[in-house]
Structures are given as C-alpha cells and as structure tokens.
Ligand binder design. Structure first.
Ligand SMILES: *Cc1c(COP(=O)(O)O)cnc(C)c1O
Length: 459
C-alpha cells in the first residue's frame, strides 16, 4: 500500500515514509492510495482478540512483516491496564467504549504508544535519529512523551504555555525525567507555542539538519491505530445485541478520531451513524448541520481538548467529498485559506450521509455528567459527556456506542460535586502530587528555542 497526498503533488510513498513525513511535503495530508475492503472478512475478524485484530486491520496499510507488526503491537499495548486494551461497559441506554486505560488516561495513548514503536522500528532499519517537536495545550503532550520516552534514537521537545495548562496536565509532562524528554514552558499562549512550531518547521534547513519530526494528529499512523477499536467495539455490541449494525458517538476536536471511524465504515464495518459531537467550538457541527464551515474565535470550555476551530484532519474527509480529485481539493482549500469560509457548494453531495453532528454547551455538558452519574452510576469526563449529550439529540435505530476519550480523574475541576471528584480519583493522577519535575522556562523567542534544541540534540 502506498500513500498519496490530498494535494496530489508528491509521488506515492510507503507507510514508513508516510509516518516520518507527517504532513505531506506539498502541504496536504497523506491518505492510502486505496481503502482496503474487509466486507468478506468480518466474521473471521470478529473472532480475534484486540491485539490480533490490530494486526489484521493494520496489515494491508503497513510495510512491515507480520512478525514485526505483531511485535510492535504487543509492545505498544503492554502499558495498558485492562486485558483487551479498551473496555466496554453498559451504562443506561448506551454502550461506553473506554479508551482511557493507557499511561496518561486519555484515548491519545492508543495511537501515540503505537506511533512511538513505529518510529523506533523505522529508525532502526534506516539508521539516523528523529527529534520530535510538539506544542500542546494539554493532553497531546503527555501522551506523546509517554509514547517516546526512553526510546533509542528519539528525543522529544514539548512546548506548553507556562501557567496555562492544568496542574495535572503540567505534572503529567514535567514529572517524566527520562534523558530524551525536554519540557519547555513558554512565556506566552498556546497560539504562541504553535507559531514557534510553524517558524521552526518553515526553516527547512534547520528542520533537516536537526531531523525534526512531529507527532500531531495528522500523522497517518495515529489514524490507523484508532480504526481498530471501531471494529472491536462493533463486533462485541453486535454479538451481544444481535443488531446488524451500530452507531458511534465521538467527542470531536481535530477530526482524527471520527475520521478513523469513517475509514472503518469505508472498509466495510456496518456503521449506521457516526455522531460527531462538538462543544461550543462548533464549526464541524455547523458544517454537517447546514454546510456552514466558517472560522470563529476559539472559546475555552470545560472540555479543553476539543477547543479547536479548524480541525487539522478535516481535509482528509473533504478530499473524498471532492471526488478524490486533488486539483479540486486544492482549489477548495486555497479559497478557504483566503475567505476563512468553505464554499460547500463546491463539494459533492454526501453519498453515504453517515456523519450526523451536534453540539453541547458547557451547561449541557455539566448537567449530563450529573444526570448520568445519578441515573446510571457512571461517571463521565467532560469530553465523553459532550458525546453522550449529542447522542441523545440524534436518532439512531441501531445500538449507540459512546467513545469515552478520557478518565474523569484527568478533569476533576469539571466534575460538579465533591462526591464525584472523590469517585473519580485514579492512582496515576494521585501519584503525581509531590513528584520530582524537570522543565525549562523560555521566552517566546525563536532563537532561544533553536539554541535549546541544538544543545538538547547534541546532549
Ligand atoms: C484529543 C481529544 C479529543 C478530540 O479528538 P480528535 O481526534 O482531535 O477529534 C477528545 N477527547 C479527549 C479527551 C482528547 O484528548
């Protein structure tokens, strides 16, 4: 399987190269040349355990041997605390798919543990090293650090805005003391961190001489790892209920998670609806509701990992809505960059109509947490609560699976009562208090950052 760019200006490349490239070098996003069809293999796949299923689903997409892939998968999910990597629970009207049993208690671990192992494997074959630079507003940083800590030939530099991430998120990053991990607290906002990233990556000479790479959610390997749990959960729920298909409710920010669900659907998984749930940063909900895709200002909410306006993975979906025509997609994106508004009349009609969208305000999110706790004795984190609320607004004739993207202990401030805060407690979070930390404070200054990176790389 080779990978192409949505903008059509690179030659097809194999998986290993696609993973190192991250963003396509023509500014587009990478996609598999064809989407493999699993329709004839569903009953065979349904008999596999989670790790076997990973190998079966991923095999057509990668350029690793079966043996190497099995090894990468088994190492990626060693640190998960439930036997099947994810856990399925019934709660009232829905099935909850708990994706937060990895080292940082958020679903991002499922993809970033895998990505760390893929990087290590590719580097061991090609030689050389990779230095990852990331900017985080919270969750991605810690999951990326856990994915690459203590690995050969990899270093990671993570910038966060000083004093603007939660105490828990900060400790989850700065308490990792491995030699290859560098935390940087930037005197500025998350946008300042992102513009530092952009300046560094636009300095192609610097990027090349320091072998800089990224781990953000546009990396295809992250999407790939996430496809697997859609299959796993659908199989378990169809077995239990006898239903012929299922729906998923997906708390959405950068459109990475739900795009994995869309891929699963295109691969032949019987999906009735993919319910896209946003908080008040609702550009995607507006697009699927009325075709209006216009940027607003990002507003802070109780589900901070979804406080995003322009979703970086959305271009992948738009590519298919442009008839898989890179020239058409490129002109749609160029127009969007100019007008900050997408002209949806330029897109094909949605042939499958599988994505339905809605939004939840903070007030609705908090009352959902309280209601589900009292009625069903299940404690939702604020991101999962957005998905639960929107699932209730959209009718589905099939069983609904709500993706639980974080453990409630990660976001105690959003839990409405003392009782819930106590019930949420998790040893991974508790153990952070008082731990030794390491972090470098820095001005928002590109030269200072470059100097820090070159010293760190030389270390
Ligand atoms: C990142 C994140 C999301 C959003 O996922 P996307 O792939 O960006 O749409 C939702 N919930 C939590 C807890 C997250 O960390």
């Amino acid at each position: 399987m080779n990978y192409i760019s949505t903008r059509g200006k690179i030659k097809p490349i194999p998986f290993s190269e696609a993973v190192l490239m991250g963003l396509a070098s023509d500014g587009g996003l990478l996609l598999p040349e064809v989407i493999p069809d699993f329709r004839d293999r569903l009953s065979e796949l349904s008999r596999l355990d989670y790790r076997e299923l990973c190998c079966a689903v991923m095999q057509p997409f990668v350029d690793f041997s079966d043996e190497d892939l099995t090894d990468i998968v088994s190492r990626s999910y060693e640190a998960f605390t439930v036997p099947e990597v994810v856990r399925i629970k019934e709660a009232g009207p829905y099935t909850v798919l708990e994706l937060f049993h990895g080292p940082t208690l958020a679903f991002k671990d499922i993809a970033l543990q895998f990505l760390g192992n893929v990087f290590e494997k590719v580097l061991s074959e090609r030689g050389g090293s990779l230095n990852i630079l990331a900017a985080t507003s919270g969750d991605t940083g810690s999951a990326a650090i856990q994915g690459v800590r203590n690995r050969n030939n990899l270093k990671i530099f993570v910038m966060h805005p000083a004093g603007r991430v939660s105490r828990i998120q900060e400790l989850q990053m700065t308490s990792v003391l491995d030699d290859n991990v560098f935390n940087i607290a930037i005197d500025g906002t998350f946008d300042d961190c992102q513009s530092l990233m952009k300046s560094i990556f636009s300095d192609l000479e610097f990027k090349k001489s320091f072998s800089l790479g990224t781990v953000n959610s546009i990396n295809w390997a992250r999407v790939l790892a996430q496809i697997v749990y859609y299959f796993h959960a659908a199989f378990r729920v169809m077995e239990r209920t006898g239903a012929g298909d299922v729906s998923f409710s997906v708390p959405t920010g950068n459109f990475g998670d739900i795009f994995a669900g869309y891929m699963a659907y295109r691969m032949g998984l019987p999906v009735n609806k993919l319910i896209l749930a946003t908080n008040s940063n609702d550009i995607l909900a507006r697009f699927f509701g009325s075709g209006d895709y216009s940027c607003g200002e990002v507003v802070p909410t109780v589900s901070p990992s979804m406080d995003i306006q322009v979703a970086s993975n959305f271009e992948r979906y738009l590519y298919y809505r442009c008839g898989s025509d890179p020239a058409r997609l490129s002109s749609v994106m160029a127009k969007f960059a100019q007008q900050k508004r997408l002209d949806s009349t330029l897109l094909d009609d949605d042939p499958d109509d599988v994505i339905a969208a809605g939004r939840a305000t903070d007030e609705e999110t908090l009352s959902t947490i309280t209601e589900v706790w009292h009625r069903h004795q299940y404690l939702l984190d604020p991101h999962t609560a957005v998905g639960w609320k929107v699932a209730g607004d959209i009718s589905s004739s099939s069983p609904v699976i709500c993706l639980a993207t974080a453990h409630p202990a990660k976001f105690p401030d959003a839990l409405p009562s003392r009782l819930m805060k106590d019930a949420a407690k998790h040893p991974v979070i508790e153990s952070l208090t008082g731990s030794e930390t390491r972090c470098s404070a820095m001005n928002c200054d590109i030269d200072e950052l470059k100097k820090f990176i070159s010293n760190g790389v030389a270390d």
